[in-house]
Structures are given as C-alpha cells and as structure tokens.
Ligand binder design. Structure first.
Ligand code: CTP
Ligand code: ZN
Length: 157
C-alpha cells in the first residue's frame, strides 16, 4: 500500500515559505537572510523527500512577507528555490528566485590584494558570468569565484 503523503512541517498562517532549496543548504539560506532574528519564527525541514528534486530543504518564516529583492541572493545557494507568500493559510503568490547579473556587497573577494579587502571604503561588486554552475568575476580585480568559493562564504559552523 502506498504511504500517505506526509506533511513534514505544519502549514503557516501568514508569511513566506521558501521551498525547493537544495538538500542540506537551508542553514546557508538562513544566513543570507540574516535569520534567525528575534521575534521572527522560523521552521525548517531538511533533507525531506521531493518528487522533483530527490531531496530538498524548506524554510518557513512566520509573519513576514519577503520581497523578491530581499530573496534573490538566495539563488547563489539555491537556484531552484520557490518563494511562496502565504496569507490566511492560502498561497497568495509564488515565484522563483532570480539571480541578478550583478551582485553587490554580500560576497567577499577572495583576492587579499583586492581593493575591496583594503581599508578603502569600497563595497564588493561581482558580475555573474554563468548561473549554473555559478561563476562570478570581481569588478575590481577580475578574480573568479565559483560555486564552492561562494558556498564557503556562508559557513554556518
Ligand atoms: N505551505 C505552508 N503553509 C501554508 C500553505 C503552504 O507552509 N498555509 C507550504 C507547503 O507546505 C509547500 C509550499 O508552502 O511547502 C508551497 O505550497 P503549495 O503551492 O500548496 O505546494 P505545491 O503545489 O507542492 O508547490 P509547488 O508547485 O511549488 O511544488
Ligand atoms: Zn577582487
């Protein structure tokens, strides 16, 4: 007999559900979002079964609707992620994360001699050369960052 569809984490009333995160990457996604943060309830499901992805992670943020601009940087870690806005238990909006062509400020350049790693007040700026697998180039020193370089920047332990 086929097992009934199991609901791993209970539905939320109002807020944002980030679904289809690559398995085991939810903590890095939280780090990008600056969560956890006082007063915001977050529930996580990690390494759960997905018909589309084999295994996936899910992040549910109660009481906060994230704007797409706030979540696009998640695409650095989870290019398949879906953003669901929930109102009164219903899905009020669904969108995919979208990696921008230019990434400012969130990443660090791995070149110690880059101007962004000196005392100069220069924020980092990278051009996305390729989305999957990820390749970025520093606007200032042309240093290349790949997926692994980016992921190690969002270390959670
Ligand atoms: N969800 C939730 N609380 C709600 C409604 C939905 O936490 N009140 C979650 C679901 O558990 C799911 C996600 O939001 O992880 C998207 O819900 P839904 O669109 O109903 O699921 P699917 O149709 O499976 O989504 P998709 O087509 O994007 O795979
Ligand atoms: Zn650089």
């Amino acid at each position: 007999m086929k097992a009934p569809r199991e609901l791993k984490v209970k539905p939320i009333k109002n807020g944002t559900v980030i679904d289809h995160i690559n398995a085991n990457k939810a903590l890095k996604v939280l780090k990008i979002l600056g969560l956890p943060s006082p007063g915001i309830s977050v529930t996580l499901a990690m390494n759960v079964q997905s018909s589309q992805m084999g295994n996936k992670d899910i992040v549910k943020i109660e009481g906060r609707e994230l704007a797409s601009r706030e979540v696009d940087e998640i695409a650095l870690i989870a290019p398949q992620a879906t953003i669901n806005i929930v109102r009164e238990y219903e899905i009020a909006g669904k969108s995919k994360v979208n990696l921008l062509d230019e990434i400012s400020s969130i990443l660090e350049c791995s070149n110690p001699n880059c101007i962004t790693n000196t005392d100069e007040p220069v924020t980092t700026h990278f051009t996305v050369l390729q989305k999957e697998p990820l390749i970025l180039r520093c606007h200032y020193c042309e240093r290349i960052l790949d997926q692994t370089d980016v992921e190690t920047q969002f270390k959670v332990y």
